[in-house]
Structures are given as structure tokens and as C-alpha cells.
Design a protein around this ligand. Sequence first.
Ligand code: FO1
Length: 325
Amino acid sequence: MQRIVVLAGGIGGARFLRGLRSAAPDAEITVVGNTGDDIHLFGLKVCPDLDTVMYTLGGGIHEGQGWGRAGETFTVKEELAAYGVGPEWFGLGDRDFATHIVRTQMIAAGYPLSAVTEALCARWQPGVRLLPMTDDRVETHVLIDDPEAQGEEGGRKAVHFQEYWVRLRASVDAHAVVPVGAEAAKPAPGVLEAVAASDVVLFPPSNPVVSVGTILAVPGIREAIADAGVPVVGLSPIVGDAPVRGMADKVLSAVGVETTAAAVAAHYGSGLLDGWLVDTVDADTVGAVEDAGIRCRAVPLMMSDEQATAEMAREALRLAEEVRA
Ligand code: FO1
């Protein structure tokens, strides 16, 4: 049986996984999920990327939004707001709240996040093994200008990733992206073992900085992937010099990477990446990526429906076989 490890962020990673699961129904898929987006709100631990993968693969996702639960209501949020308790800019729904209550209760009882995630997945049956990248607390912060501190030294402040992404809609420049706590974090149980036992490692079209980049920032994970001796294939989240979804360009420029499919491949580097899929509109960049030592193919990369996404996953697995040969 083919063993596939996927490093996944939120919406892009989850949708890709749905295609992969249908392209490789007999494969054993282990997902290493980003937890840098996690946020503590109202005393609860919220894990947006783990939940997005779990709900998407478990059939509970709000399809239009790509995050949160289908058929959601917001009574608790409205009641909290009536007490003047926020933040109001983060949309936690009633159904979703239950997930965060169970998670927080289990963590308070001493269970690590990996065990909690397994317990939550027992309900959702995502058809993959979902592991958080780490059981330790890692929180991505974004450094932005602070208009109130202009003139003072620096004039900048760090905000939580969710505040940058959701409240500010990435409308201001990001000067740096810092996965706080990553340097001291340990990979969650099973992560390094899954990588070592894998036949192929895939990077979905997730954000290369705040999703895949954060997972790779946990000491040991990048090294395990590079040393696994199996094909590592990624799919570009940049099509025609723009992010397919989200605001990846803002965080790419914070780390000095151009918003092009070729620049993202070079950012991962040939020491890590063996193969890279770009969209057909970026076919003219294939040569540049190959010159950088990464096997590259141009194929349609729009996850318009599950069939199109499954075909992308098949192309990634084909490229992995080509690299292996
Ligand atoms: N994204 C939004 O754009 N607005 C929200 O209010 C919001 C709430 C939210 C609640 C739970 C959850 O699991 C995800 C949520 N997201 C929301 C998505 C999330 O901010 C990001 O898309 C990811 O963290 C990036 O992968």
C-alpha cells in the first residue's frame, strides 16, 4: 500500500486532500497539519487548519466559505457580543464552538493535541490520519506598521496571524512572519515516523509561508523530509503571478519571495523539493524551475471541483514516480 504524507494548511490543503483521497483510494494518507494559525478565544483553543481539514474530509465544511461548519448559526457569538465580549471580527459559530469546547476540555484534562485531534476525528472519519505538526504551542505572528507608534523607535507591532488575515484582511504590508514557539517545538508523535515510512511527500497548493513554511519550521520535520529519500512533490499555490486564493502575496513579500510559481519553488529549494507542478498558464517557467534542479511540469491547477482536484493529485503522484525512476 502506498504511504503518502501531506503537509497541509487550511482551505487549499483540505480541498487538495479531498482530491488526493479520491485519486488514491487505497493509499494510507497521513496529514501533518499546520497549528501556527491556532488562536485562544473565550478561553477556548481554536485550531482553524486542523478543523478545516477535518470538516472538509468529514463532510461537515461550509463549502462556500471553505472554513467553519455547514448549516452554522451564530447565537453564542451574538450573546457574547451583547455582553461586549469579542472579538467580533472572528466568526465562531455554534456548531464549531462545540469542537473547541471538547478540544479545550480534553487538553485541560491532560491530553496532548495529537490525542485530542484523533478523538475529534473519530466522529468525522476523514479517511486520513490527521496529525498536528506539534503538540506544543506555536503561534504565527505578523509584524506590521503601528500608526500609533509612528516616530517612536521601530513604529511596528506584532499581531496574531488571524488578526492580520481576518481582521485586517492582509491590507497592510507584512514586514515579517514569525512562528512564535516553533524553534522549541517538537514534532507531534507519529510525524517523523510517518515521514520516514512514506513513499512520497506532497506539498499541496497551501500557503508556502504561513502554512507549509510553519510546519517546516518545527525542528526535525524539514530534515526528516529531506532525509527520507522519497520523492517530495509540491503544487504551486501561485497561478499567473497571483495566489489562487487568500493573500499569499503579502506574506511572500515579507520573506523576500516574489509572487511567482518559480520563486516559490526556489524558496522551498532543490534540497527539499524534487518535483513541482505549475499551472499551464505558467508553462514558460518550467525551464527556470528545472534549471534550479527541480523536475517541473505544467498542468491545470485549478481546484474547481473534486474531479479536477483528483487529476492534480494524480499528476503529482505521476511526477513523484518520474522523479523516483
Ligand atoms: N476566516 C475568515 O475569513 N473570517 C472568519 O471569521 C474566520 C473564522 C474562522 C473560525 C474557525 C475556523 O476554523 C476558521 C475561520 N476562518 C475565518 C478561516 C481562517 O482564518 C483562515 O482561513 C486560516 O487560518 C488560514 O488557513
